[in-house]
Design a protein around this ligand. Sequence first.
Ligand code: MN
Length: 482
Amino acid sequence: MSYTLEGRTGPWEIVVGLEVHAQVTSNAKLFSGAATAFGAAPNTQVSFIDAGFPGMLPVINRECVAQAVRTGLGLKAQINLWSRFDRKNYFYADLPQGYQISQYAHPIVGEGAIEIELADGSTKTVGITRLHLEQDAGKSLHDQHPTKSYIDLNRSGVALMEIVSEPDMRSPEEAGAYLTKLRQILRYLGTCDGNMDEGSMRADVNVSVRKAGEGYRTRCEVKNVNSIRFVMQAVEAEARRQIEIWEEGGTVEQETRLFDTARGVTRSMRSKEDAHDYRYFPDPDLPPLVLEQNWVDQLKASLPELPDERRARYVAMGLSPYDAHVLTLEKETAAYFETVAKGRDAKIAANWVMGDLFAAINRTRTSIAEPPVKAEYLGVLLDLMKDGTLSGKLAKEVFEAMVETGRSPGAIVEERGLRQVTDTGAIERIVAQVLEANADKVAEYKSGKEKLFGFFVGQTMKAMQGKGNPALVNEAVKKLLG
Ligand code: MN
């Protein structure tokens, strides 16, 4: 059953394509040596090139090119060994050059694909149209002074990858899943940090609606949406607006819109410009960018394991597809899990990470990057259960103590005397005391009240302060009652 929105005239299908601007992780800008660190004081990371001084010549940053190629390989895309930089001309106060250096007709990366995972467990392939490199603009600050606007050029010239998808998504959920997966791939690759609240990933959302079986109708572009949740909301709000226009007999005009996050609606920003408005032409300061296949092959050989492959490997280790999905969402979670699971039972390790550890992270407001319990310690805790030192119940107790104190499981077991009792003689002596103290209940049990069995086990465990090996306690109770 595909997703539709209901209008007066019946169901409507949504068509979504996304253009994502992802900031390249690199120490220096695309064409200058200025730094790119987030949060620096305004205008402290600006070279003459970034400030658009006359006569300055851009020089391409090799690492930014490598990052774009890595990303293209991670998106299973065509790498174009020959690409070219163009000038995209427009005037704006935060664009001192008067043009943006971008790639228009010949991008560095061509067609690729991303497989997205949906809540019902199904997957879907979304096509990638292209990826090109371009410069970011500066930033205008309108809220620093009552009558003046300020300009911060720190971001001017920072390398961006513009990643354009095919219009393959059909619901807000699919748009959200696409962005989630794209961000996950970029983070695994280390080519963009994916921090949307710092502006390192921003999405332009192209939305149109249509009746089943139709071709595409006119689309509108919602600019610069900066969270996955807002993208999903913008898709739905914009689709509803268009449905209303069509149903009232109007025509949707192609335009650029903004998403008002407070009111949950899109509003017009400007009529959509076409490519010819920008008068693209090849940048005369830059020769074509020519890559050697050999270099691309080296980058490919050194790519890290990507989320899809890692998920498949976890399933092969015996995890459910769901567990494998959750554990690979963040690469820090995957690394933690692998440390715990190394040389141990993968399923048990997954249960502890997704259960007790995630709960402890929530409770202590920490993160998997700075976990409340070290992965090595959780691994040792599993060993202590396996060799019989700790029962499941005692292990939980030790785990909580680890969260509180940060100490190793071995130290906690010794300090608190939590070692599990596996001496059958000692267990039987305590069971005998319990039965003697509860002679009336023993009589009831023997006359058929069998559910009292659990009571004897419970009393024995209580007398042993929870340290009895549960299987051995059960056996002993059975033996002495019988
Ligand atoms: Mn762009």
